[in-house]
Design a protein around this ligand. Structure first.
Ligand SMILES: NC(=O)c1ccc[n+]([C@@H]2O[C@H](COP(=O)([O-])OP(=O)(O)OC[C@H]3O[C@@H](n4cnc5c(N)ncnc54)[C@H](OP(=O)(O)O)[C@@H]3O)[C@@H](O)[C@H]2O)c1
Length: 270
């Protein structure tokens, strides 16, 4: 039985974490969503299962996360076993770091937006839930990252687009290591976990933006360069989350600080 917080729980990978973890009625699952009035995919699960609690917080707001932690602590008695800090995403995927056709202000702003969304928001969540995790049994902090932020993968894939996002995830991986070192004396396990290349289209809001086909094409070419054995297809969100939960269960303090994938590997990201 674990008490677990999942951020970004209204759609995609976060939603599937809530779905699979709450299938065990012993678990208590806190689904943190940006907007409680927009949870069409989560609502059926939350309505059906009494072990799912929906809590509102924008992860870029420390105040909102503090309020969420307060609400959660009231239900758990002040403890928490796992934090799955999952919320995040790509801002403008077309941006490369040195495109002469894009102003330096625009590139800089995209990096700042990505860092705020994919790096700093995890620091907020990790630190704000730390007091609860200290009182928990398992002390696991999982920050959902991406293979795109891995240095070796980047050297092989030669992907230039998604520059701000990749950089923000690389910084996230580094921060995980810093947490691991600082929290080692307390027995924490802090890990950056990549979900793979996941098809989340079932819960996507609206159509794919124009120009995305070209961007996807570049990504796929890079993926094949990096991992020639890859079959060329994204994995399902169900498969990704099943594998990730298996990895999270297996992880312990000796693994703290690593960046790994749904494949339980720091080399196979797809
Ligand atoms: N899908 C992939 O192939 C893939 C690959 C590598 C890494 N990842 C990582 O996996 C994580 C989940 O991605 P996904 O594919 O499931 O994305 P998604 O389908 O776009 O879902 C993202 C979720 O995060 C929530 N969210 C975004 N910003 C938020 C904020 N400021 N405050 C609170 N919630 C927020 C969204 O809430 P709303 O519903 O309110 O928008 C949504 O529920 C991300 O960290 C992403 O970088 C995904």
């Amino acid at each position: 039985m674990v008490q677990v917080v999942v951020t970004g729980a209204g759609r995609g990978i976060g939603l599937e974490f809530v779905n699979q973890l709450s299938q065990d009625s012993e678990n208590v699952v806190f689904a943190v969503v940006r907007n409680k009035s927009k949870i069409e995919y989560l609502k059926p699960i939350a309505d059906e299962r009494s072990n799912v609690h929906v809590v509102e917080a924008d992860v870029t707001s420390p105040q909102a996360l503090e309020q969420a932690a307060k609400e959660i602590a009231e239900i758990t008695g002040g403890s928490l076993d796992w934090l799955i800090s999952n919320a995040g995403g790509v801002t403008d995927p077309s941006i490369t770091i040195a495109d002469p056709n894009v102003s330096v202000e625009k590139v800089g702003q995209d990096f700042l937006d990505n860092y705020r969304w994919n790096t700093v928001s995890h620091i907020y969540a990790n630190n704000i839930f730390l007091p609860l995790l200290r009182k928990g049994k398992e002390k696991k902090i999982i920050n959902i990252s991406s293979g795109i932020g891995d240095e070796a993968f980047t050297r092989k894939s030669k992907i230039t687009i998604n520059a701000g996002y990749a950089s923000s995830k690389a910084a996230l991986n580094y921060n995980v290591l810093k947490y691991a070192i600082e929290l080692e004396p307390e027995g924490f396990t802090v890990v950056a976990l990549s979900p793979g290349f996941v098809d989340t289209s079932k819960t996507r809001d609206g159509p794919v933006p124009e120009g995305m086909a070209k961007i996807f094409g570049q990504l796929l070419d890079g993926f094949k360069l990096a991992e020639p054995e890859w079959d060329g297809n994204p994995i399902t969100v169900e498969d990704s989350v099943t594998k990730q939960i298996k990895v999270i269960k297996k992880l312990g303090p000796k693994d703290s600080g690593i960046s790994t994938s749904q494949n339980d590997s720091s080399e196979i990201w797809l």
